[in-house]
Design a protein around this ligand. Structure first.
Ligand code: NOJ
Ligand code: CA
Length: 666
């Protein structure tokens, strides 16, 4: 202990020495509340830069700041202007989330970069130093020479201290539905954020957009080991058209000593604005089943015909099942006109109010309501976003009047109707318009093929989940066999940092007649663990309901909550394994989910997070011969008396997992 304190003292002294050596008198700096992270900002030869240091260690080396504009750059004619400071230490609560309470604790430094000559314009850069990372964003005060304007590029850089291992998908992957891979940064092509970085044994980072509002998405190119912000263009090459909104998104750099620290950072949420929905009592995310997996496996069709899935009869069966098992929602895809052509090319044909003749829209909403279940309306647009916007008010008014409280949106087309990219400022604006309109009609949104999540669910908690990743659906139709076994071991460190994932866990049947061999590349216990590992306040039980009948493992899906009091991460290694421990919101019930890649693992889990007294653990684990390659089904379910002194031993098979429910014994 004493040694620890000495070490820390020495590192603080060392840090002060280092800073006094490298920071010139005119550089300015801000440190995080516990003093561990320091950002220095300076201007040399007209160019602005920042640097991040932790102890004596450079975390982000000297990196450029600035903007290339259509009309007069703001990047190499600066001198340091006014510097102002602020601090905040507040704790706020969220209607749903991984933690009920979130602490937002930072020191802030606002730097005005002043043009030395010419128009003498000002560019603001606000830095926030948290104990778990650093963020900054540009501010564009209205002034002479900077009214409405167009950004053509950001000079923004992130100079990594070494050739870190980066987990990322390529930039502009359609809908972000790519496989995350790990390579040294220097060997990467352009990347989409969030990028997760393994720098060394004590330094892990993730770099991402936070609060992506009325701006284009930040991707990354790189020169050697320095990442550079790359903005997604409009069709004509403009990157961002700055009008009413006068700030960029935050460029967030989450910094941790362990991989688990990255998962526990709430920086992305803290960098977003407080909730704009005054009364959140109607936000009731729930688990759901749906007319869905049979469509992915081509047993049913979205379009009309013999195998039409969204019939009144099928939907009633799903409603009955949901009611019987305490699941609150039934997603119905293919209920509305528009599916009978090649809809990815003819999205303008979609109606969001007119049901097919074999689907009794009104009657089914009533039938569901009488059984305590809500229909989840599906709105696939085929990328014809304008057609959707035109119908938005009418459709949402209708849904609200029918008691529908959730809409799943979809945009299968990498371009929107006028050729704009989905990741562009146009796309970002469209997605926000949908979320805000939905809030007015008390509708929650599950957004497939959406913008990259950046924590905006703090402001708009009716955005309950987004896909923007390669979901479970690839385990039905992917021609290469499905998602790799490590997929769920990297999603939380990357895509998951921005917000809840509509991954759709819970596949119990591994046979696939439509694409033989394509199936979850993991075990049944792994499928259960996904309900805890992957965060969403509205998880789906994705399989066809027949596959859940008489399955003891389904009890875990029935009982696992989707809203949490507190989240812990006892084991984490990017892309290899991860264990989450979560306490159910408002109770003393605990849930554990642990998943591994293709390697079998043995992990010890001390139960020291439990309160005093006795608990019963119900453990769903890989059976003795389970193996994702050729024996994914074996699972054993056992009960064990435990208390906070117990250390549970978890054995995860190759591609396996473990799901545990721990309940107090009264
Ligand atoms: C892609 C979505 O991710 C999937 O969930 C949906 O079923 C299809 N599009 C059809 O809209
Ligand atoms: Ca999708």
């Amino acid at each position: 202990m004493k040694q620890d304190i000495m070490k820390r003292l020495l590192s603080v002294v060392f840090m002060c020495l280092v800073l006094s050596v490298v920071a010139s008198a005119k550089d300015v700096l801000v440190s995080s509340p516990d003093g561990s992270l320091t950002v220095t900002v300076g201007v040399d030869g007209g160019k602005a830069w920042y640097r991040v240091v932790r102890g004596g260690e450079t975390v982000i080396g000297r990196s450029a700041l600035g903007l290339v504009l259509k009309d007069g750059d703001l990047k190499d004619n600066f001198k340091m202007g006014k510097v102002t400071r602020a601090s905040l230490d507040e704790t706020w609560s969220q209607p749903w989330g991984e933690d009920a309470q979130v602490r937002n604790h930072y020191n802030e430094m606002r730097v005005i970069l002043q043009e030395k000559n010419g128009q003498k314009r000002q560019l603001g850069v606000v830095f926030r130093a948290y104990d778990d990372g650093v963020a900054f964003r540009y501010e564009f005060p209205r002034q002479r020479g900077l009214q409405d304007f167009v950004i053509m590029d950001e000079a923004t850089e992130f100079a990594l201290p070494s050739d870190a291992q980066a987990w990322s998908i390529p930039a502009l992957t359609p809908y972000y539905e790519g496989i995350y891979t790990r390579e040294p940064v220097s060997q990467k092509k352009n990347m989409s954020g969030p990028v997760a970085l393994e720098v060394n044994d004590g330094l892990y980072m993730a770099i991402m957009d936070a609060n992506l509002t009325d701006y284009s998405t930040m991707n990354f190119s790189h020169q050697g080991t320095t990442l550079k912000a790359d903005l997604v263009p409009w069709k004509n090459g403009d990157k961002v058209r700055v009008g009413n909104s006068r700030v960029s998104p935050w460029r967030a750099i989450i910094i941790g000593r362990t991989a688990a620290d990255i998962l526990l950072s709430r920086m992305p949420l803290n960098l977003n604005d407080p909730c704009k929905i005054e009364d959140t009592s109607w936000l009731k995310p729930t688990k759901y089943v749906g007319i869905w997996w049979a469509l992915q496996k081509q047993r049913w069709t979205w379009s009309q015909g013999d195998r039409h899935g969204a019939t009144t009869e099928n939907t009633k069966r799903y409603i009955d099942f949901a009611a019987k098992h305490g699941l609150g929602g039934v997603l119905v895809e293919g209920w509305n006109y528009g599916w009978d052509t090649d809809w990815t090319k003819h999205g303008d044909g979609f109606s969001f109010t007119k049901a097919y003749p074999d689907y009794d829209l009104q009657g089914l909403c009533r039938y569901a309501g009488e059984r305590g279940v809500r229909i989840i309306a599906h709105n696939e647009t085929g990328g014809a976003a304008q057609n959707y916007e035109n119908q938005l008010e009418d459709a949402y008014r209708l849904y609200e009047s029918l008691g529908i409280n959730t809409v799943k949106t979809g945009y299968v087309n990498s371009h929107f109707y006028n050729g704009e990219l989905q990741h562009s400022q146009w796309g970002v604006q469209h997605f926000r318009k949908v979320i805000e309109t939905a809030a007015r009609y008390h509708l929650m949104i599950v957004n497939h093929e959406g913008a990259i999540p950046s924590g905006i669910q703090r402001t708009w908690p009716n955005l309950i989940a987004t896909e923007s990743m390669r979901g479970q659906e690839y385990n039905a139709f992917d021609r290469r066999g499905g998602n790799p076994p490590y997929h769920e071991c990297i999603l939380p460190f990357t895509r998951g940092l921005g917000g809840p994932m509509d991954f759709t866990p819970g596949i119990f049947e591994y046979r696939n007649d439509s694409v033989p061999g394509t199936r979850p590349q993991n075990t049944l216990a792994h499928q259960l663990a996904e309900y805890v590992v992957i965060y969403s306040p509205g998880h789906m039980a994705a399989d066809q309901i027949e596959n859940y009948e008489h399955q003891p493992a389904f009890k875990f899906i029935e009982e696992v909550p989707t809203n949490w009091e507190r989240t812990l991460v006892p084991h984490a290694s990017m892309g290899k394994y991860v264990t989450y421990v979560r306490q159910e919101r408002g109770t003393d019930n605990w849930y554990v989910g642990s998943v591994t890649d293709s390697e079998a693992r043995d992990l010890d889990l001390p139960l020291d997070f439990l309160g005093d007294g006795k608990y019963m653990a119900i453990i769903y684990e890989d059976g003795p011969d389970a193996d994702y390659r050729n024996n994914p089904y074996p699972m054993s379910i056992r009960r064990l008396d435990v208390d906070k002194n117990k250390v549970l031993h978890l054995h995860l098979a190759s591609g396996g997992g473990c799901a545990i429910q721990i309940l107090p014994v009264k």
